[in-house]
Write a protein that binds this ligand. Structure first.
Ligand code: PFF
Length: 452
């Protein structure tokens, strides 16, 4: 086996991890989850889960990766006994499924770059919604899915990741700058104050009434946006030297990721409230509809919009390659398949599995809910049990490297994994399964009924 690569620069790891975390999860998925789950009630639960569960699980993944220098399957097998191998397979399957529809959504962003360049953004929210529907399914969706997937394969297959490390350096600040500018624009809109109270002042009654759906949605979103629960952070930390302070790195990644999602909310909701649209309505189209409307309203909006969607597409690319990297690194490390054929073969399979989601938005939901409300949180639950209860001594030993004085933080971390994370995630997985069953027998069954 070839000598394993390590990150070229001290910041290489942080950049790649931020590149993985920041993507469609922050910009596309976050606002429509907030919209569907009632606004601020969702936001508080989400933030709590990021801190209480997301952060400890991220450190757990880092520790496993750095300790073993292996892909997730090999890493779990080395640290645990043989049955842990199946967990690695769960990660493999989850990654496969995520990328299949992630690429479709990323394709929409590419299509929106073109809409901008053609001067086709529409200021009217109703019409922008109709425009979104035509972009999001059918031939357009399929074509741009193919283009995006080809780009992902090119990057992973030829190993030009260093280019991505560099791109992230420029991209993340660019995304933040454009979003802050848009948030200021949104602030000037008539619906802003109503939107802020919807987004920022939680109503305990809403939480009490709807926690059964808010909890799995918020936990799934937390894992998705932080790239947790399927081994990406294990893989990336496996290329890491022992001098890094894992807790500090985790804090930076989570701070940036959460900050970006939060600003997206400040952009999106004032636009909906100004136009009189219920933020729950456009669902997966939320960001496309509102931004097309905002850009359609601005002088030079077409240009700003094209730049923005291009930036989002590249952010999606850096996330997508991290997903494919998990899948490919397993085939390369454990199955001795060469990198290029492994990438091409698995990439083609992922493309094909994604095809149904170009037919109708309900099929995006079918994949997306399975991944977020069940698979990622299940992955997180297993990791919390594994690190918190089984390999905690090794884990603490690994965390100490690169940290001058861990103090009581190490013990606190293990206890967060053991109790809040394990119990919280058990509840979340159970609710996620129930919710998914309801979706299958409800919206999905209706769709099948209408189509056949
Ligand atoms: N975190 C990415 C985003 O927010 O777009 C998506 C993602 C990447 C999810 C990697 C899961 C993953 F393992």
């Amino acid at each position: 086996m070839a000598q394993r690569e390590t990150w070229a620069t001290r910041t290489g790891f942080i950049l790649a991890a931020v590149g993985s975390a920041v993507g469609l999860g922050n910009i596309w998925r976050f606002p429509f989850q907030v919209g569907q789950e009632g606004g601020a009630a969702f936001l508080v639960i989400y933030l709590l889960l990021i801190i209480a569960i997301g952060f400890p699980v991220m450190i757990a993944e880092f520790v496993i990766g750095r300790r073993t220098n292996r892909n997730p399957v090999g890493a779990l097998q080395r640290l645990g006994s043989g049955t842990w191998r199946y967990v690695g397979w769960l990660f493999f399957a989850t990654g496969f499924l995520i990328l299949s529809y992630y690429s479709v959504v990323a394709g929409w962003t590419l299509r929106y770059v073109l809409l901008g360049l053609q001067g086709d953004f529409i200021a009217d929210v109703g019409e922008a919604e109709a425009q979104f529907v035509s972009v999001a399914s059918g031939l357009d969706a399929l074509l741009f899915h193919a283009i995006f997937m080809a780009a992902v394969l090119a990057v992973v297959g030829f190993g030009v990741r260093r280019g991505i490390e560099l791109a992230v350096k420029v991209l993340v600040p660019a995304i933040i700058a454009i979003l802050v500018g848009l948030a200021i624009y949104s602030f000037t809109l008539a619906g802003a104050s109503e939107a802020y109270s919807y987004y920022l002042s939680p109503d305990l009654g809403t939480i009490a009434d709807n926690w059964r759906s808010i909890l799995p949605a918020a936990a799934g979103q937390a894992f998705f946006t932080l790239s947790l629960g399927m081994g990406v952070m294990i893989t990336y930390a496996s290329y890491l030297g022992e001098d890094r302070n894992l807790a500090e790195d985790g804090g930076i990644i989570i701070g940036l990721d959460t900050g970006i999602a939060f600003i997206v909310g400040l952009v999106v909701f004032p636009i909906f409230f100004t136009a009189g649209v219920d933020p729950a309505d456009p669902g997966a189209g939320a960001i496309f509809v509102t931004l097309a409307a905002a850009f359609g309203d601005l002088t030079f909006g077409w240009l700003l919009g094209a730049i923005f969607f291009a930036t989002v597409a590249i952010a999606a690319l850096s996330s997508a390659i991290s997903i494919l990297e998990v899948v490919v690194s397993y085939l390369v490390d454990e199955r001795d398949i060469d990198r290029l054929p492994a990438t091409l073969g698995i990439g083609t399979a992922i493309f094909v599995v994604g095809l149904p989601t170009t037919l109708d938005l309900v099929l995006i939901d079918l994949y997306d809910k399975l991944v977020n409300d069940i698979l990622l949180v299940l992955g997180g639950l297993i990791l919390a049990v594994f690190v918190g209860w089984i390999i905690y001594e090794t884990a603490l030993d690994e965390l100490e490297k690169g940290v001058r004085d861990l103090g009581s933080m190490g013990a606190a971390w293990i206890w967060f994994l053991r109790i809040p994370a394990v119990i919280g995630l058990l509840v979340v997985v159970a609710l996620g399964i129930l919710g998914y069953y309801e979706f299958l027998t409800g919206d999905f069954a209706d769709w099948i009924g209408d189509t056949i």
